[in-house]
Design a protein around this ligand. Structure first.
Ligand SMILES: [Fe+2]
Ligand SMILES: [Fe+2]
Length: 393
């Protein structure tokens, strides 16, 4: 059904069938298109176009607003209450992201509304307790490359987005860009992406076009916002202009590009990649801090570290008391005083009953303790993931 609608009443998701002015008097390249952002409505208003014809059959009217009513009722909950729900969300994401990559590989259109629902679920979980989903990203980041990487980058971006108080519309874009940023990789031969393959220089150069390939795939899908598109295109740009594919620098990369650049680097480097061993999470944070101002925007490096801590969830650490433990939860804003599961006593003897301590606890006994260094779980033969996967808070 096609109907005449006042420009003032337009909504994101409406499909413009015709603009009531000649093609060369309006600011768009085409006459028929889906409104993807408020900016496009603003452009129509600025061009003094009063009426347009909207095709309601081609319009998708919920996506940009679906997150709003859902998130209004959300209250923070303890980790223990959220972890099971976040596991279900992560499992659902695995399936959906797998399907979407396969669809893209076959040149099919991407089911954006279905993904928007998934982003809404992830956002809800982050709002209830961001540690729960973030802890799952530790468990899955090294296997099966692109699927888990897409989910992990998405949820890390949502965690930072929440930290900087993005509105629900921006969070929807943030999640969508995170999930889809590497979709262009499906256009490259699979062996180039294998964990144990080291690509040649020529192949590395070719792979640098994958953000453009991602954008090309998404251009054919309705309902992707400009912010999500910019995020996809700019996820490998660097603050100093040394990134790709466009070599953008400074604020031209944009908030969404800055955030995904850090999240992408973190998840990539903490997983096995192209014949490199995984970097410890705390080491990855150190590398991000060292690259602040060169590769990454200092402002968003600070926000990222606030979310993940100096010793991210899953890090094996030593306290000044010589006790060894695993970081289980980051208390909001407290980057060096997380909740730790103690595995050994001060003499290095394993504890029969593992003890959960909160370094934020005001009691002197806890305040005296502090983390002095990260340890490599592999060299100590400690399976941190075993503890993480059965942790209930
Ligand atoms: Fe990428
Ligand atoms: Fe990536």
């Amino acid at each position: 059904m096609i109907d005449k609608v006042k420009t003032a009443d337009l909504k994101v998701g409406m499909y413009i069938h015709q603009i009531d002015t000649s093609w060369f008097k309006h600011p768009f390249l085409v006459n028929h298109f889906m409104i993807r952002s408020e900016k496009e409505i603003k452009k129509l208003n600025e061009a003094k176009i009063e009426w347009v014809h909207v095709d309601f059959e081609k319009s998708i009217l919920e996506p940009k607003t679906t997150l709003e009513p859902k998130i209004q009722k959300i209250k923070p909950v303890p980790f223990v209450q959220e972890i099971e729900k976040s596991r279900q969300i992560y499992n659902k994401a695995e399936q959906q992201v797998h399907d979407l990559m396969e669809e893209a590989r076959c040149g099919e259109k991407i089911d954006i509304p279905q993904l928007q629902e998934l982003v809404g679920d992830m956002y809800g979980s982050i709002l209830r307790n961001s540690n729960a989903l973030v802890s799952l990203s530790r468990l899955k980041n090294y296997s099966n490359g692109i699927y888990y990487h897409s989910i992990n980058v998405c949820l890390l971006c949502l965690a930072v987005g929440q930290k900087i108080n993005l509105d629900p519309e921006e969070m929807a874009s943030m999640g969508m860009g995170g999930l889809l940023h590497d979709i262009g990789l499906v256009k490259f031969p699979a062996h180039l992406l294998a964990i144990d393959y080291r690509p040649t220089k020529k192949e590395v150069e070719a792979l640098k076009q994958h953000p453009r390939e991602s954008v090309q795939i998404l251009e054919n899908s309705e309902g992707i916002t400009d912010d999500a598109m910019a995020m996809v295109l700019n996820h490998h740009e660097k603050y100093n202009g040394g990134g790709y594919p466009q070599g953008l620098s400074g604020k031209n990369i944009g908030t969404f590009g800055f955030i995904i650049g850090i999240a992408d680097f973190y998840d990539h480097i903490t997983g096995k990649h192209h014949n490199h061993e995984a970097t410890l999470p705390s080491e990855a944070i150190k590398m991000i801090l060292q690259r602040s101002q060169t590769h990454f925007s200092p402002l968003y490096v600070a926000k990222f570290v606030e979310c993940l801590g100096i010793y991210p969830i899953g890090s094996l650490i030593e306290l000044n008391t010589k006790e060894i433990g695993i970081v289980m939860e980051i208390i909001q804003g407290e980057v060096v005083r997380p909740r730790v599961l103690l595995l050994t006593d001060a003499h290095g003897s394993p504890l029969k009953e593992k003890i959960l301590i909160d370094l934020m606890n005001p009691a002197a006994e806890f305040q005296q303790k502090k983390i002095i260094r990260p340890l490599n779980p592999n060299s100590l033969g400690i399976d941190t993931e075993k503890y993480l996967s059965c942790y209930k808070g």
